[in-house]
Each structure stands twice: as C-alpha cells, then as structure tokens.
Design a protein around this ligand. Structure first.
Ligand code: NAD
Length: 437
C-alpha cells in the first residue's frame, strides 16, 4: 500500500515509521522545512525511545521517505493520513481545526485515483464530515472517502503502543473505505488485535471519551490523595486496595502533581466545549478540569510549606520538568505552573531533566539548568521530584541530603519511602497523600 502521512509530529512520525515497518510504502510530509531536513539527515526532531533506529531501518529498506511536497506524496497514495496538531483554540477551549482544514484543502487539490483520507488527529464531532465537504468543494471530481482513525499511543512508549495496541478504532462510511483501512492495518488484524469499526461520529467520540475518562481517573485519585493527607490515610495503599478490584483496574491510579501533556488538558477542554455547544454540559469533565488546576496549584503550596512558608531567596532543585518521563514534550506540563510560581516567589530555581532542556529553556525563563540531581542539590534548600525519570528513581539519598544546605524534599511522584528519606538525613519530607515529616 502507498501511504502519505501529513504531519511529522509525535503521532505522524511514529505512525508513518510504524506503517513502513508493516511493509507499506510511506511518504511523511511536513510543512516545516527544518523538520524535513532533519529527518532526511536521519535525525528525529522529537525524543521517542527506539524511533530513530526503526526509522533508519525502514529508510534503508526504501519504504520510508520525507518531503515538504504534499501534492507529490498524496498523488499516488491509497490512504492519506492527517496527523497535524489540534491545539486548544485561544479563548474558548474549542479544538483549533485550522491545521486540519488547511491540510484537507491541500490534499483535495492533489487527489488522483480513489483515496481514503483518514483523520488521525484528535478532532471534535463532525470534523470528518467537514473534511469531506472541504475536499468535495475544492475538488468536485475527486474519487475519495473519509475515515476517522483516532490514535491512542502514549509518548515515551509510542512504538510499542502502535505495534501492540489495545484496539484500533476505524470510523467509516463505506465498505470500500473499510477495505482500505483493513489493508493498512492488516498486520495487526492478523495478530488479532481488536478492531472497532464504527461510524465517523462514534470514532470521534471514542477518542474524547477515552481521554476524558483517563483524566478523570487520575484526578479522582489525586483528590483522594489530598483527603488522605487530611485524615492520615496512605494513598498508595488506597490505590492498591481499589485497583485490585477488576471493575476499577490498577492503571492511572498513581497520585501525582496533576495531569498535563499534549492531550489530556486540551481534549478535556474540547469535550467540555462540545458539550456546551450541544446544550449538554459535560459536568464531570468540567469538574475534572477545575480540580486538576487546583491540584497543580496545591503543589506550589506544598513546596512553600516545605520551605517554612516562603521560597524567597531559597535555592530549589527541580528534578524533571517534562510532563512525564521518556519524552521531551513540555506541553501543559505541571512544571509550567509550578516552576514559574517558585521563580515568582523569589526562589533561585535549578532544573535537571534528561530531555527537557531544549523546550524547557524557552518555556521556563529564569532557571538554571544542571546536568544531574547531585549538582542541582548542592547547597540547595529544597529538592522537588516532579517527573519520575528512571535516573531519579534510585537516587543516593544520603549523598543528596549531605550536600544540601537544608535537606528537605518534596516527592510529588511518591517514589521514595518515608523511612528511607528520614534515614538518609532529610529533615523535612512532603509527599502526595501519605505520611511525610
Ligand atoms: P505535533 O504538533 O507534534 O505535530 C504536528 C505536525 O504537523 C507539525 O510538525 C506541523 O508542522 C505539521 N503540520 C501542520 N500542518 C501541516 C500541513 N498542512 N502539512 C504538513 N504538515 C503540517 O502534534 P502531535 O502531538 O503529533 O499531535 C497530532 C494530533 O494527534 C493531535 O490532534 C493530537 O491531539 C493527536 N494525538 C496526539 C498524541 C500525543 O501523544 N502527542 C496521542 C494521540 C493523539
């Protein structure tokens, strides 16, 4: 099969590389010439474990190429995937569909033989129908169908998620389009990964409902954690105790500093907006958005309390600023709320992150970047573990405590045991929903 992938971001690049690994002939298109030259030189513009090697393998096999020329890539493709960004529109929380519609228009002008135009981007209800109309209007003679194929991969584990998905969702309007999608995903169908074939609207809704549900689950346990702190319960034990219930499940029950990232914040806002537009308020999702903001702000109070009420003039070492480990993505990361508040409160902030520096330098002005946790902790008044990168999971706590001016720690990912932290010589320890000191 010949596939054109429009957009080489986290989703487009991973999908394009993985489709080529299935054996398809894939051309990845991006309007950012910088990204295309990097990719042509064999480098990837994002950090995603395993992606560069898999890309090199498929480029060498002649199945994968990169271009800025959308028309050429689309011309002889059997399926064209739209994987461009759908960020939050300024002001109203709606998903900004400018990039999707612009891509649809460009694709329309380049269509030749029968093609399925597939939206992989996360888009509100009705967008696929709108894409169809745009293509029909721009190129009335085009022989095409549209399909909705939302993506569920997680950054940091994207290749495995794409190659071994919990399910593939395909929204179609015709058997012909369904057949093309079956050919695209045949290697997964053959290995019995579940495929859910739906109409366009249901596929669009599945993506928002899934993300809103996961954001709700995280926020629920974060709120329970806050109550645990008040009543002397331990949220780790509570998570375990409820997660073993098969109806609840143990995933997404780790209390932390609030959800962030490229999807949950914008997708919950977009779902809330869709609900408002249809006079069917998504009250649970709206509450989740509000509570998550409060949780992030509560983290600022936690650090303030750790520092006896004020961070003014104090040196704070922050471990991890990306929204989760194994990605360089900083979009809507909790660090973007917490770090500026500390800087604004007069703290001297030092930051360590294995992959976050490139983006973080632009987004977190006024901080000093360090190479490792021990350098950041030197003479610091507090250490804040914000993102649980592997290299922060087995720190030598004694070594850290010894070099700090004030051995105080906030573990916002519940990695370390209270006993170990105390034994290492820390004098103050803040946690999420369990005993500190
Ligand atoms: P991204 O911002 O990383 O990448 C989008 C890319 O599209 C950019 O490189 C941009 O230059 C390119 N682009 C925009 N318009 C173009 C055009 N007309 N022609 C060619 N290239 C164009 O975005 P992302 O994180 O990959 O997300 C893409 C979509 O997938 C979003 O809708 C997102 O919600 C969804 N999604 C993301 C994730 C994730 O973990 N990042 C997971 C599932 C779904």
């Amino acid at each position: 099969m010949k596939i054109a992938m429009i957009g080489t971001g986290y989703v487009g690049l991973v999908s394009g590389v993985c489709f080529s690994d299935f054996g398809h002939e894939v051309v990845c298109v991006d309007k950012d010439p910088g990204k295309i030259s990097m990719l042509e030189a064999g480098n990837i513009p994002i950090y995603e474990p395993g992606l560069e090697d898999l890309m090199a393998k498929n480029v060498a096999a002649g199945r994968l190429s990169f271009t800025g020329d959308l028309a050429n890539a689309v011309g002889d493709a059997d399926a064209v995937f739209i994987a461009v960004g759908t960020p939050t529109r300024r002001g109203d929380g709606h998903a900004d569909l400018t990039y999707v519609y612009a891509a649809a228009e460009e694709i329309a002008g380049a269509l030749q033989d029968y093609t399925v135009v597939v939206t992989k981007s996360t888009v509100p209800l009705g967008t696929n129908r709108q894409v169809k109309q745009i293509i029909r209007k721009t190129n009335p003679d085009a022989d095409f169908d549209v399909a909705s194929n939302p993506e569920f991969l997680r950054e940091g584990a994207a290749i495995d998620d794409f190659m071994r998905p919990d399910r593939v969702v395909v929204g179609v309007q015709s058997d012909r389009a369904e057949d093309v999608m079956a050919d695209v995903y045949r290697p997964l169908f053959l290995r019995d990964f579940p495929v859910v074939v739906t109409d366009l609207e249901s596929a669009e809704m599945i993506k928002y409902a899934a993300n809103a549900f996961l954001a709700t689950k995280i926020t629920f346990i974060n709120e329970i954690a806050a109550l645990c702190e008040k009543v002397g319960a331990d949220v780790k034990q509570v998570s375990k105790g409820i997660g073993l219930d098969g109806r609840i499940g143990n995933k997404f029950l780790h209390a932390g500093p609030g959800y962030g990232g490229s999807c949950f914040p914008k997708d919950t806002k977009a779902l809330a907006r869709i609900g408002q537009e249809h006079a069917m308020p998504m009250q649970i999702t709206e509450a989740v958005i509000k509570v998550n903001e409060e949780i992030k702000r509560r983290m600022i109070d936690k650090v303030m309390d750790l520092c006896d009420g004020s961070v003014n003039g104090k040196t704070i070492a922050i471990l991890g600023v990306t929204f989760k480990p194994n990605t360089d993505d900083m979009r809507d990361a909790p660090s973007l709320t917490i770090v500026p508040a500390l800087v604004g409160g007069g703290a001297k902030v030092r930051v360590v992150d294995p992959q976050g520096k490139h983006e973080g330098t632009k987004l977190l002005p006024g901080v000093n970047w360090c190479d490792d946790a021990y350098k950041a902790a030197q003479n610091a008044d507090a250490l804040v573990l914000l993102t649980e990168w592997n290299e922060f999971r087995a720190l030598d706590l004694k070594r850290l405590a010894k070099r700090m001016a004030q051995p105080r720690m906030a573990d916002l990912r519940n990695i370390y045991s209270t006993k170990d932290v105390k034994n290492a010589g820390f004098t103050h320890f803040a946690t999420i929903g369990r005993e500190g000191f």
